[in-house]
Design a protein around this ligand. Sequence first.
Ligand code: 13P
Length: 252
Amino acid sequence: MRKPLVAGNWKMNGTRESARTLLDGIKAGAMAVNGAELAVCVPFVFLQQVQEMLAGSPIAWGGQDLSKEPKGAFTGDVSAAMLLEFGCRYVIVGHSERRTLHGESDAEVAEKTAAALEAGLTPIVCVGETLEEREQGVTNDVVGRQLDAVLARVGSAGLGRCVVAYEPVWAIGTGRTATPEQAQEVHAFIRARVAADDAAVAEGLKILYGGSMKPDNAAELCAKPDIDGGLIGGASLVAEDFLAIGRAAGGN
Ligand code: 13P
């Protein structure tokens, strides 16, 4: 059985003060989240604070991006080793906001995934189609292409050490969630694609849904057989909402 994961993606939000309040709130309710793992992926500048506050708690943490390079003249970038030094378990790779706003290609996302794996981090690899692509009926082509780039670089054994997040771009921050059926269809497609390479890896692979997941839709989404939790944006900034999603994903 795959244990669900509910990971918060804080994006570029928060202050030291609000981060402290949010982390205190999450910590206070984490013990009541049975059956799902919790993680927060925070802006780099909060990692030290997060490490200090969450060490010894059941909540994991991670970054939102990393460099594909190990070190050197890459102004503004952060390496996998740096994330590890701050206790990160996870790192989000290939979020649609990185792909569109920073022009990250499938090949670059694959390189970053490899860099994270080599360092021992668990990449949360994001895939997903735009509204235009969905309306053109090419959702599976797009998601398949994004997934294949990573598979070609790290192999199915490497992918087996990743988490995949399906995030339809049209559902991110819009309040417009994919229906559980729409999401399940793509999740099943992803799992089948991986199974074509390696059935055991596909069976164990966590595939999260992301895109306006909230306390009131999380249980229905997570009840689908191929949805193994969520990657949460807006609702991860409110402790009680994030915890409620965790409880729903864990089936309690
Ligand atoms: P929202 O939950 O705000 O739609 O964001 C989803 C997301 O992009 C998580 O990575």
